[in-house]
Design a protein. Structure first.
Length: 545
């Protein structure tokens, strides 16, 4: 099992809060006070000089946090204006609302009030909706959110400082999409400069529009760790039904600051660190493996060579490139460390795979769909760990998923995913109306369960899922230059090399994704895919430093 910080769905978070409160050791009011204190503290840390703040409080406990923040900032010398709703919230929110009402007025939560002349603020605290959002915001609140969303756009330097409590309001924390809005980024989503969330990140902080809209994400400890761990244990014992697999998600998310009091181990990074130590004991039973990369015919481009080079750089002991014999000359260029072997048909591949020293296979990059269709059955029959990418995924869409096995890693981008799992893609494309909305995480998990293979669904928010439900989110929104021709081929090669070295498929996929993004980060803009494998030694060096 990879180690990493748990990502909790909103249902899991609620169950953990309920368990904590049911224990009698902590009350909901105390949790709310801690949450509000954490947010007010972050605001004061970021803007030490007290200024003017507008706190927008919604109908539920997110709004409750807002009233706590308003009171604390008032006591810290800030000039506080509160906009709230005329509703009857739960007991905890009602209590903190009463406390605020002794200090100052609660103005109506309307767009007109927000825009009142002469009332602009230095900071706006968005405490309208948090984990309790179940449907698209309506009427007054919808127009406030649209108005605040419009603050972004081209006038970014005028952009008011929005601090969101738990999430930008309207964002579905299970999917990273805004309920009632398109899944594609527009100008209308609320964009915070900072989001302070509680206990653990939720999928919506890491997926879809979440990373762009949350701004800097701070995860604040509100003292729930004990119940998180207890709930996890109960799951292992099969007792708790309402929390499913709280430990099954791990985050691998190197972008935003996480306070020191949070454990935020990086799944792929840990494995990569472990790999850098492997050379010292190269006679270990895993050895360094032998990867076979199946290449395509003449003029199929360098995709397979990119993959093979990446497999070598990531430390596979041997890498053999296998084009059809007629294309051998075409594939004769460097690196000279590559071995070559002509493979024309399935029978030759069958023969070669009687060699048990070949520990991993890669098929797809530059292979051609016909050749992939011809070779796939032999490759799958061998039960050898294998990465299926690009043309192999198109071939698979024709052949069907039945022969896939648990050593397989599928690495589709969304287009390839649509060919393999059209129904899941259709669900992913639907406008999210109710929460929890169908997410990329749901789609990858369903695809892995259905295919019996590890599925790595690419994008800036890469989701990696295993057939048993374990899943990892790897966000790399900070390296958009990774979206360059051939970069996926390098990723396929990295994972193949790691499989060859003996990593289990889920670990190989997670570590490959981590190294891939780390290489891009290290090189910077201007990167072309050829640069990626060449950065791997430096990434390893950094890990050893
Ligand atoms: N439960 C707890 O122990 C804690 C909760 N905390 C805060 O509480 C939040 C969750 O509180 P709630 O569960 O009350 O939920 P929220 O305050 O996020 O939710 C919204 C409330 O509005 C209603 N609602 C949902 N969608 C709506 C829509 N489109 N239009 C109008 N009303 C809508 C819901 O029924 C709910 O009552 C967290 O995000 C966090 O900020 C923190 O205080 C920490 C402790
Ligand atoms: N905006 C982005 N930010 C970071 N990484 C991205 C972004 N878009 C794509 N990627 C990553 O770049 C790689 C592109 O792979 P792929 O789509 O297969 O490209 P190609 O077929 O050209 O090799 C994937 O690893 C994907 O996760
Ligand atoms: K919020």
């Amino acid at each position: 099992m990879l180690t990493g910080t748990e990502i909790l769905t909103t249902a899991q978070m609620r169950a953990i809060e309920s368990a904590a409160m049911a224990s009698g050791e902590v009350t909901g009011l105390q949790l709310m006070e801690r949450a509000g204190t954490a947010v007010a503290g972050q605001i004061r840390l970021r803007w030490p000089k007290p200024g003017r703040v507008t706190v927008l409080c919604g109908p539920g406990n997110n709004g409750g946090d807002g009233y706590v923040i308003a009171r604390l900032l008032h006591h810290a010398g800030w000039q506080v204006r509160v906009l709230g709703m005329d509703n009857s919230p739960g007991a905890d929110a009602a209590e903190v609302k009463r406390q605020w009402a002794k200090i100052g007025p609660i103005l109506p939560l309307t767009e007109a009030e927000l825009r009142r002349r002469g009332e602009s603020s230095d900071v706006y605290v968005d405490a309208i909706f948090g984990t309790g959002l179940t449907r698209a915001p309506q009427e007054d609140i919808a127009s406030i959110l649209l108005h605040m969303g419009g603050w972004g756009g081209d006038w970014a330097y005028y952009r008011p400082r929005i601090v969101s409590v738990d999430c930008p309001s309207g964002l579905c924390l299970d999917s990273g999409f805004f309920l009632g809005q398109s899944r594609v980024a527009g100008d209308l989503e609320l964009r915070a400069v900072m989001t302070v969330a509680f206990d653990s990140p939720k999928p919506g902080h890491l997926l879809g529009l979440g990373p762009d809209c949350c701004g800097r994400l701070v995860i604040a400890d509100i003292g729930l760790a004990h119940w998180r761990v207890t709930q996890r244990r109960e799951i292992a014992d099969g007792k708790a039904l309402e929390v499913q697999r709280p430990a099954a998600l791990t985050a691998d998310w190197p972008i935003f600051d996480i306070p020191d009091n949070r454990r935020f181990a990086l799944a792929g990074k840990k494995q990569a660190e472990w790999l850098t130590k492997r050379h010292a004991t190269s006679d270990h039973k895993f050895g360094h493996g032998h990867a076979l990369v199946l290449a395509g015919g003449i003029a199929r481009g360098g995709a397979a060579r990119l993959a093979a080079r990446a497999a070598l750089r990531v430390g596979a002991g041997l890498v053999t490139l296998a084009p059809p014999r007629s294309a051998m000359i075409d594939h004769g260029g460097p690196p000279d460390a590559l071995m070559r072997r002509g493979i024309d048909d399935a029978a030759t591949l069958d023969d070669l795979l009687t060699d048990g020293r070949i520990t991993a296979l890669c098929i797809g990059p530059g292979c051609g769909i016909d050749r992939a269709t011809a070779l796939l059955p032999s490759l799958l029959k061998s039960k050898r760990p294998a990465v299926l990418d690009a043309d192999a995924l198109s071939a698979l869409a024709e052949i069907g998923l039945t022969d896939l096995h648990q050593g397989c890693v599928l690495t589709p981008h969304l287009g390839e995913f649509a060919r393999l799992f059209p129904d899941l893609t259709e669900r992913l494309g639907e406008k999210p109306r109710t929460g929890p909305a169908y997410s990329k995480l749901d789609a990858a998990r369903e695809a892995a369960a259905r295919s019996g293979a590890v599925v790595l669904l690419k994008g800036p928010d890469t989701v990696i899922a295993a057939p048993d439900g374990r899943a990892i989110i790897h966000s790399a929104f900070d390296v958009p230059w990774l979206a360059t021709a051939g970069s996926g081929d390098v990723l396929a090669g990295l994972i193949t090399g790691l499989l060859a070295r003996g990593l289990p498929p889920l670990d190989a996929a997670a570590t490959g994704a981590w190294l891939h993004a780390a290489a891009a980060r290290r090189f910077g803009p201007g990167l072309i895919a050829d640069d990626l494998p060449e950065q791997i030694p430096a990434v390893f060096r950094d890990l050893r430093a």
